[in-house]
Write a protein that binds this ligand. Sequence first.
Ligand code: ADP
Ligand code: MG
Length: 491
Amino acid sequence: MLEQDENTLPDIPTTTFEALGLCESVLTAVREAGYKAPLPVQAACFAPVKEGRHLVVQSRTGSGKTAAFGLPLLHRIRYEDRRPQVLILAPTRELALQVHQEIEKLAVGTGLESVCIYGGTRFTEQLEKLHAGVHLVVGTPGRVLDHHRRRTFRTDSVETLVLDEADEMLSAGFYEDIRKVLDALTGLQQVLLFSATLPPNLQGLIRKYMPEPVKVNLSQDRVDVDRIDNVAYAVDPTQTKMRTLLGVIEAEDPSAAIIFCNMRHTTEAVTSYLRRRGFDAALLNSDLCQTDRETVMARMKAGHQRLLVATDIAARGIDISFLPCVIHYDLPDDVQQYIHRTGRTGRVDRHGRAISLLTLKDTTSIRRLEWSYGIKLKLLETPTREETLKMLADRRIREMKEMIEAGRVIPDEFQVMAREIMADPDSESLVATLIDAFLTSKPLSEQPENSHGSKHRENDRGPSDRPPRPAGDRPAGGGGGAGGSGGRRRR
Ligand code: ADP
Ligand code: MG
């Protein structure tokens, strides 16, 4: 965590966008976005970023960090010079896209030309944009380096580098790529680091690339927020973990949730399990093709998808403003990751709920969580097998009754069939078969099933963010391709 020192800004008084000195078009854009006043991190960062200072910013999840660097950078860009002046890097494609969208939203009317460059998509469109001239580039490190190598991205004009989720970007998996990017940015004048969690060991980088940085620490070493309820359910050893999850979803009944798993194959198993039981569950992991990743994310953000079962690909930065609940199906290995996953709920000033499923082996992780962040998980009573099954049945009955009440027309043949089934000695099995067929044939989601079943962790480091390779060559972690990066974790 950041220490306070003489460069640390004091408490920021509440202010207005007008008082910050936003230009007319950006003022209109923030109003259009529905932002009434700058959030504390935005008020704190505006002047120093605009003045070209280096910044190290720690501010909790959902506190408005994107606009905190976006707004002043829009005032720093020289619009008459259409060479890349700002490069913003993010750890996943989803986050890069989101950051790009937020900045484009704020830049309406400024004349900003920008591009988002990330893997899994065709080069052509990105190339055309770069070729036409852009002021600002958002991207993931792998694809940015590819464009640099192909000389399609002139890195020497970049003056400002932003590392969103800076601690993740400087962790072992990304460090090599970031170092290469830093070497390529020969005209670099300003580095901005933003995250909710910043470890103290960034000093080497700060000393080398960021003399006399302004430090903004709005977390006061409490990265977690009071408005999030951290609760837990012990996995009942007589039930499977998935059955426990089912009981928890039924008992908690969140209107929407992201369910985080540590492994890709677990996300696949959990998604299938939930869908089979009639839940509107979608899958997000890096085995999906880029189009499916974007479709799923868009459905979730639009509120059209109730449950998203995801790897840590969705842990950092993703903003689904209304998301009421995050479920840690597996506790993350790294306690910081708990903060980031949990931070998908309780955005800005909303209330959120983080639910963990605990097995015996999680005891040490919980201790570390308590010790590092002072988070105490409130243990709730796990629904028993009988309670879970009853809740599930009640829900289905309720749904069917709603269909009848809505005036659903049932053909006569079915009424006769129902009578015959009830008179049959095997009626229970017959009805169960019907329910099974009904639930599995229901169009629960437009997302295609994914059955690759790979057993690797993942993120957007490495081969998947490289240019498309010949058909049949699937990034599977470890298997050839990116020299020296076989040890990279993938989400
Ligand atoms: P962080 O990066 O700190 O996790 P984001 O930049 O993703 O947070 O912002 C969280 C949410 O807050 C987004 O939905 C964003 O549109 C919204 N937001 C940003 N600035 C403001 C503001 N000044 N007033 C209200 N909402 C804001
Ligand atoms: Mg963010």
